[in-house]
Design a protein around this ligand. Sequence first.
Ligand code: TRP
Length: 447
Amino acid sequence: MSETTERWSSKRAFILAVTGAAVGLGNIWRFPYMTGENGGSAFLMLYVLFVLLLGLPVMAAEIMIGRAGRRTPLAALAYLAGKAGASPHWRWLGLFGGITVFFILSFYSVVSGWSIEYLVGTFNGDLADRTPAEIGAAFNDFLADPYRMIFNHTLFLLMTMSVVATGISSGLEKLNNLLMPLLYVLLIILVGYAATTDGFGMAMRWLFTPNLAAINAHVVLNAMGHAFFTLAVGAGALMAYGAYMPEHQSLPRAVIAVAALDIAVALLSGIAIFSVVFAHGMDPTEGPGLMFVTLPVAFSDLPGGMIWLGIFFLLLLFATWTSSINLAEPMVAMLSGTGIKRSTAALLVGIGVWSAGLLPALSFSTLATIHPVGNMNFFDLVTTIPTDIFLPLGGLLIAIFATWIMDRDTAFGALGARESHCMLWLNLVRFVSIPLLIIVLLSGLFA
Ligand code: TRP
């Protein structure tokens, strides 16, 4: 397979695309509930640490491979392995990434569908003037309704695959440019409101006062998985985007900008949500429903709250849309690399992901009593294993390939940074990221 000549239209467009992939449910939905379930500040500290020591350097490695190969993940790995005289079997890392994003997208689409339901519900007035208990009960009723769950999942996946089928369009780039900043503004307004509630002080203490006693192997593994998930790293999805990166752009600078923004969005969302939790005596360990129960409560205290809530879900939906497009891209790119038409590839991937998504979608109703592993249902399984195990494992192999296998000149050339910065990255990945990844993975699996 030959080199792609396609490029993002500008440096800015590339950064926007990667930001679009990174900022999504991970920041606004997953980060708060994981923090709630994993001891507050303990999880937050580890997550930031892992973003800096693992997520960022591996993100640079992953995008660099895509840029150096200028091919789909599988083909790029095969080509670069060949160039370095290494085993062609490295290509299977591309396939492993494809399997990982397949499972992640299957639940990502289901949960993004919840935003569609809430968007419509807000404008219908379904969420107005309710007590926190009523909002919680309504959420559980919704989860237990197999038809609404499947309907929203289907709708969201159609939205995603129709964009991926035609190739990532410039229309999306323009929307991205407008809507993502709006989402940030709305989050800042929400934090401003949170600061006026009684819960704010408690939320800040709970999030930022170090609590080392809450740290255990499980919390550490969860925080590591989340660092990869939120940065969209470890499955070759950013490798696929790196293939279209413009020629003269510094990769380290781009990934630092994206990671800073990604952390900021997570913190804003965490502060807003936990202020509401503490102000209303709600439960921080609520789990995946946390955001869907707290935000309607928060907005209903604000003047014109339901309109703002609707706008929030609209913006969130947009953020999840750009992330899910990124999740679908490597599978569709790899399939079309085998000669299948892009639109056909998107259809096949769509059908596969839709079917797999039925398992998490029905985990709260039809399949509620089925626990394939321990006390985990399908939803629990698919929201944990691919993120906490597959992404770090993929990230580890990507890091090894980039720093021990690839030819160094090719790697440094594709990083597009000063020699001294490239050396810093190389040593960071080799001697910090890789050993740390191995230790956390092993201790998490066997502890
Ligand atoms: N980072 C996205 C979020 O936080 C999810 C995501 C997009 C992702 N692309 C990915 C996760 C690739 C893993 C791999 O919502």
